[in-house]
Design a protein around this ligand. Sequence first.
Ligand SMILES: Nc1nc2c(ncn2[C@@H]2O[C@H](COP(=O)(O)OP(=O)(O)OP(=O)(O)O)[C@@H](O)[C@H]2O)c(=O)[nH]1
Ligand SMILES: O=C([O-])CC(=O)C(=O)O
Ligand SMILES: [Mn+2]
Length: 590
Amino acid sequence: MTDRNTDAGSSLAALNQWVLEVARLTRPENIHWCDGSDSENDALIQKMLADGTLIKLNEETHPGSYLHRSHPDDVARVEHLTFVCTTERDDAGPNNHWMAPDLAHQQMDSLFDGCMEGRTMYVVPYCMGPIDSPLSRCGVEITDSPYVVANMRIMTRMGAAALARIEREGTFVKGLHSTGDLNPDRRFIMHFPEELSIQSFGSGYGGNALLGKKCHALRIASHQARNEGWLAEHMLILGIENPQGETHYIAAAFPSACGKTNLAMLIPPQSYVEKGWKVWTVGDDICWMRPGPDGRLWAINPEAGFFGVAPGTSDKSNPNALASIQRNTIFTNVAVTEDNQPWWEGLDKRVPKTDWKGNAFDASKGPAAHPNSRFTVSAKQCPSYSPHAEDAQGVPISAIVFGGRRASLVPLVFEARDWTHGVLVGAAMGSETTAAATGAVGVMRRDPMAMKPFCGYNFADYFGHWLSMENAGSKMPKVFHVNWFRKGDDGSFLWPGFGDNIRVLEWMIKRVKDEVGAETTPIGHLPKAGDLNLDGVQLSAEADTKLFGYEREGWAHEFASIAEYLQEYGPRMPKALLEECANTQARMAG
Ligand SMILES: Nc1nc2c(ncn2[C@@H]2O[C@H](COP(=O)(O)OP(=O)(O)OP(=O)(O)O)[C@@H](O)[C@H]2O)c(=O)[nH]1
Ligand SMILES: O=C([O-])CC(=O)C(=O)O
Ligand SMILES: [Mn+2]
């Protein structure tokens, strides 16, 4: 496999040439190279206020903050229109939609033909990760959307410093984006991992349009990571500091809208705060990890901001997120109150005046804020932002956590037997779908490592890559699985979740430090009664069995379906993983 644009030295010439090529195709009125300065941002904001792209929010309560209302058909990622275009179909795998690169280029060229007439074309150089980190990677997004530019400025290190790094380094990911006419029939999100390039047309929504995020930092980066021996994952990163002042870092993969931002910003219950426990936020969505000289995995957050789900965010559920978004925040598709403050379901008891489409709010017509409405804000505004979040070498990872949204069967927490079993636990993940992507909500689907929508290559090869991370000299993190979403017979959540999730993290750290034993079952190790601190938590008798038990019959069914799922990948699926699965099934039968 060769990656084409790696010609160091002539990188700026290559960039210039590509920009001119794109301009010839898209025919913009102007070309603007973004330097990332405040004055540039101010001018963009003024332009967007003037043409209605942004609406100013209450300056007293939310200084420097704006509302954007997207087209009502353009509110989430579009997985059915997202393609991985590798030369060989099997390199994209059954987990991706595939199109031959030539055909995809033909199709995209005709969409981009003249699409920027009368518009300004913005050239956005950006760096994913701290600007001085060897783990970081750069890209350039060309876009005709000032909203995208303003968001990229918050979400990445954008502008002059990134351009200088590109010039030094020679390699960058090429991203081309146009909102086109926002017609869903003319919408495609195309990835060309072998060319390190992305082409996105017809959507302004975050995951489809902020190309540094899912398109670059996951789909393209996962391909680069495989070639270069590292991991690009859909994971939050947090630091948990114990009363002795030791901090352990945990990376956790949950599918979209399944609790990454909330866990990353966790505020412990009062009893924990009093003892001196703290949680530090390193990242809330994406994690790039690489083995360090000491054999441990070292991780950076490639992003500079949070593109978080608004509904459900409150001073009870996530006070750190709420504190972060009091100023300098772009809100997308939220409702507004009488006095022009942003509002969403779960924030407080006020009744908004206007819904996310800009109509007078009418409770009979559905929620006021779109269920996938979002805030974009700099990570620096988060009170729990880790002092080590920008460390060039990253932070060392002690534990990897997988988790899904599972109303039944799956207990609160279990630990994998070893690395290979841990890879199986990740590969076997299932979760109920959410509003973060278009389509039905609440349907259980396999979402290995929370990467179903984001892995830029064949899952069989991806699992093989994960298995290969353990080798002589490596000190792999322990692997756990959690489920905050188990429901009781009456349909309510059995576990309080949010701040109380620290109880589960504390148990994990005790396991990492070998301070407690565990109950061994065929799915892995469960906490022994008394080892997980439940002081002050009121659990029903039903919760006690459902959160901490192993349900033999249900798991046998689950694993029959997991085995079938892994078989779908055919002979490329690593034997070691199939054997681990069979081995787990044998334990269940025995
Ligand atoms: N019951 C329960 N709900 C939770 C918990 N943590 C998060 N949630 C809810 O899950 C939804 C999504 O949470 P987020 O933290 O925004 O999810 P995310 O994984 O960061 O989502 P993306 O940004 O789409 O990747 C919100 O409605 C939260 O209120 C928890 O511990 N228990
Ligand atoms: O990608 C997006 O638009 C938002 C997000 O974090 C996800 O869906 O996982
Ligand atoms: Mn996400």
